[in-house]
Design a protein around this ligand. Structure first.
Ligand code: PLP
Length: 393
C-alpha cells in the first residue's frame, strides 16, 4: 500500500514506514553526540551532504522519527519538534521575521504567545498588530503585503471561536505573506490546515499530541523552504527536544486517532446535555448548532475536539466552589490529556486582565474551561451535575 493512501490513524501508529526488520518500537537514542569514522564523513554531515546526525541539538534519530510521522499527518514536507510549544513559536518567529518587519496576529491567541509578542519581540524591533478574529481576513486583504507573518489560532482558547482557515490562508497568499497557525486545539486528526493552504502549522504537543500530560513539547510543520529558516533559528535558539521526550511523544501519537474519537464524542455529549441545563447560561462548543461558527467548523473540521467552556449562573465564589467540588475533573491548567481537567480562566490563563479585555474575549467570572478527557461520558456528566447541585439551586 502506498504511503499516501494511509489514513490518519494508520499514520499515527505506523508512520510512513514499511518496516521489515529491527525493533518494532523506535528506540531512544539517548546521546548528545555522534561518532564518525573520519573527517570527510563528519564534514559531509555538517554540510548536509549526507544524512548522518552530528549533534542532538541539531537532529536526533528518535526525534526525526516522530518528525516524519507528524509531517505525514499534517501533509507537510518537513516538521521540526521542539522542547515546548513556546519554543516552536519563538523559533518560527525569529527564523522568519527580521527587526523592522511586522506580524499581524488575531487577538484570540494563547496568553503566553501574547506575552512573547508584546514583551520579547520588541527587543528585536519586531512589532505585532492585533485584529479581531472575525476581521482577520479583511485586514490581511487591506494590508497590501505590509506584514511578514500572519499568526492565528483556531479553535481559540477558552471560548472556542473558529476562524475560517482557508479564507485566512488564501488572503495571506494573495498578499504575499507567510501564514502560521497554532492548531493545538484542532489536532491533525480534526483539522489539517496545511491542506487548506496555511504555510506553517504549529502545535503545543504538550497537549493532544503527547496526550498524557507527561511531556512538554512543540511542533512546527511546513514546506522545506520555510522550514530551513525555522530549523536554522531553532538550532541556535536551542529549544531542542530531548530524545526521551521524543520517544514519549511518538508513543502518545500512536493513540491520537482513538483518543480524539473519544475526546470528540465526550465533549459533544457533555455540550449537548449541559446546553439543556437551566443552571448553565451558555455552552461554548463548536459542535453545537447554536455556536456562532458552527458552519465554519463543520466545513473545516472532522471532529469538534475535546475543549469546551461553560458559563455558570453564579459569581466567582460559586464558580470556584463548582470547580473545587469536582471529583473526576482535576483542578488544573493545561489540556489535551486523557484525564479531564477544569479551570477558571480569570484565575489562571487570563488572570489579571481588566474587565474590558475580558468582556472583549467573552470571558467572565462565571466561565469554566473544561478539557474533556477520555473517561466514561456519563461519569463526567455526573461529576459536573453533582458539583452544579452544590452551587445552583
Ligand atoms: C493554544 C496553545 N498554544 C501554545 C501553548 C504553549 O505551549 P507549551 O506550554 O507547550 O510551551 C499553549 C499552552 O498552554 C496553548 O494552549
Amino acid at each position: 500500500m502506498k504511503n499516501k493512501e494511509r489514513q490518519p490513524s494508520t499514520l499515527c501508529v505506523q508512520g510512513t514506514h514499511a518496516q521489515t526488520s529491527g525493533p518494532a518500537v523506535v528506540p531512544i537514542t539517548q546521546t548528545s553526540t555522534f561518532v564518525f569514522e573520519n573527517q570527510q564523513q563528519m564534514l559531509d554531515s555538517v554540510q548536509g551532504k549526507s544524512s548522518g546526525h552530528v549533534y542532538t541539538r541539531w537532529s536526533n534519530p528518535t526525534t526525526e522519527n516522530v518528525e516524519e510521522k507528524i509531517s505525514a499527518l499534517e501533509g507537510t514536507e518537513d516538521t521540526h519538534v521542539l522542547a515546548s510549544g513556546m519554543a516552536a513559536i519563538s523559533s518560527a518567529v525569529m527564523g522568519l521575521v527580521k527587526g523592522g518587519e511586522r506580524i499581524l496576529s488575531s487577538d484570540s491567541i494563547y496568553g503566553g504567545t501574547v506575552q512573547l509578542f508584546n514583551k520579547i519581540l520588541p527587543h528585536s524591533g519586531i512589532r505585532v498588530d492585533y485584529v479581531d478574529t472575525d476581521e482577520l481576513v479583511d485586514r490581511i486583504s487591506d494590508s497590501g503585503g505590509t506584514y511578514k507573518l500572519i499568526f492565528f489560532e483556531t479553535p481559540t482558547n477558552p471560548t472556542l471561536k473558529v476562524v475560517d482557515i482557508k479564507k485566512v490562508a488564501d488572503a495571506a497568499r494573495a498578499s504575499g505573506t507567510t501564514s502560521m497557525i497554532d492548531s493545538t486545539f484542532g489536532t491533525p486528526i480534526n483539522q489539517r490546515p496545511h491542506k487548506l493552504g496555511v504555510d506553517l502549522v504549529m502545535h503545543s504537543a504538550t497537549k493532544y499530541l503527547g496526550g498524557h500530560s507527561d511531556i512538554i513539547a512543540g511542533t512546527l510543520s511546513g514546506p522545506t523552504k520555510i522550514m530551513a529558516d525555522v530549523r536554522g533559528a531553532a538550532k541556535l535558539l536551542g529549544g531542542t527536544m530531548d530524545p526521551f521526550a521524543s520517544f514519549l511523544l511518538d508513543r502518545g501519537i500512536k493513540t491520537l486517532g482513538v483518543r480524539m474519537e473519544r475526546h470528540n464524542f465526550n465533549a459533544q455529549y457533555l455540550a449537548e446535555k449541559l446546553e439543556k441545563d437551566q443552571r448553565i447560561r451558555q455552552v461554548h462548543y463548536p459542535g453545537l448548532p447554536s455556536h456562532p461558527h458552527h458552519d465554519v467548523a463543520r466545513k473545516q473540521m472532522d471532529g469538534f475536539g475535546g475543549m469546551l467552556a461553560i458559563e455558570i449562573e453564579s459569581d466567582l465564589a460559586g464558580t470556584s466552589t463548582f470547580v473545587d467540588s469536582l471529583e473526576i475533573f482535576l483542578n488544573a491548567v493545561s489540556l489535551g490529556g486523557v484525564e479531564s481537567l477544569a479551570s477558571i480562566p480569570v484565575l489562571t490563563t487570563h488572570y489579571g486582565l481588566d474587565e474590558q479585555a475580558l468582556a472583549e474575549m467573552n470571558i467572565s467570572e462565571s466561565t469554566v474551561r473544561l478539557s474533556v478527557g477520555i473517561e466514561d461520558a456519563e461519569d463526567l456528566l455526573g461529576d459536573l451535575t453533582s458539583a452544579l447541585d452544590l452551587v445552583c439551586n
